[in-house]
Design a protein around this ligand. Structure first.
Ligand code: ZN
Length: 329
């Protein structure tokens, strides 16, 4: 396998409305799917991404209102980094300030400028500029479909030339980087590209954005997963066959891998890598347009067929949320 890189990252939020408002209104992502946690249908699962829900642009949340905060630490994805276009740091600095978000401008890793800040639940985020000659992630798997004419970055919430272009090397913090790096390079097809201090950058096969991760060796205590922390990171498999091939190799290495699970919008396998981070391998297809048209993504609550008979019950227990909060809509 030569993974194209990150498929999605899933984190835990507190209040669903605050989460929704922050990722759509402040960061300008699109809510591309509003569904429930398939393993716990009494709670939401929100998917945010680019305009057409391309794999590699997706950050998802399980909002757990009232739950305790987690602890950032080793054995976790400790920072989620997004790629933003060249020359857009000043724009984002001002946008975050206007939304009462305290952002610190940092000399990012490997010479890129970056802004670091926390989301409403304390999840650590970064916006990292990508070089001017690189455009970033595109939803290439949708290009030939009826939806291919939609601009992936079209955005009603902010100028599309400033929009987030996918992930930019999120940080995985681990005690013993070697076995994790071996797994990523020998089975998932990542390549080592650069090292800086205790940080090693690995890159998959995809377009510039969303293909890289940073593996950081850390003496920090183990993190605790709850509100404001990352639950898991998913890497892309091109299709079901590739996923099964990888599954076989993981099992041969002695890892405890789940069977293939149907997540409606993709097919998934899960396992803990040697340092305890929950990894998922997710297929690119069928994609988020399987149960609603691309121009209506995220507008209504979508349930997998197994929960559809219980829709009324499920809708009763889910917290009420409002889409399109802003005056602009
Ligand atoms: Zn996932």
């Amino acid at each position: 396998m030569r993974s194209a890189g990150i498929h999605h990252i899933t984190a835990i939020a507190g209040d669903p409305q605050l989460n929704l408002d922050f990722y759509t209104e402040t960061l300008g992502l699109r809510l591309v799917k509003r569904t429930v946690n398939f393993d716990d249908p009494g709670s939401y699962h929100f998917y945010f991404g680019d305009n057409i829900g391309s794999p590699g642009t997706i950050i998802t949340f399980f909002p757990w209102p009232g739950a305790r905060r987690g602890v950032r630490g080793s054995g976790q994805v400790t920072t989620i980094s997004f790629a933003v276009p060249h020359n857009s740091i000043a724009f984002w600095k001002e946008r975050l300030r206007a939304n009462h978000v305290i952002a610190e401008e940092i000399a990012g890793q490997f010479g890129s400028n970056a802004l670091r800040f926390l989301d409403p639940d304390g999840l650590q985020l970064e916006l990292i500029v990508i070089p001017s000659n690189i455009e970033g992630s595109r939803g290439s798997y949708l290009k030939d479909s009826a939806t291919g004419s939609l601009d992936f970055a079209r955005n009603d919430r902010l100028p599309s030339e400033r929009a987030i272009r996918g992930f930019a090397a999120p940080t995985l913090e681990v005690r013993r980087p070697d076995p994790t790096e071996k797994l990523l390079t020998e089975i998932l097809g990542f390549e080592f590209v650069a090292e800086e201090n205790n940080r090693r950058r690995l890159r998959g096969n995809g377009s510039y954005a969303s293909s890289a991760i940073d593996l950081v060796s850390s003496e920090a205590g183990f993190g605790q997963i709850a509100v404001g922390t990352v639950h898991h990171i998913a890497f892309r498999a091109a299709d079901d066959e590739e996923q099964l091939r990888v599954r076989k190799q993981l099992v041969a290495r002695g890892l405890n891998v789940t069977p293939v699970i149907d997540r409606q919008y993709f097919h998934s396998i899960y396992f803990r890598e040697p340092n305890g981070i929950l990894f998922e391998i997710a297929t690119d297809g069928p994609g988020f347009h399987i149960d609603e048209p691309v121009d209506a993504l995220g507008e209504t609550l979508k349930l997998p067929p197994v929960y559809e008979p219980k829709r009324n019950e499920i809708e009763r227990v889910l917290p009420t949320i409002h889409l399109h909060h802003s005056a602009a809509s």
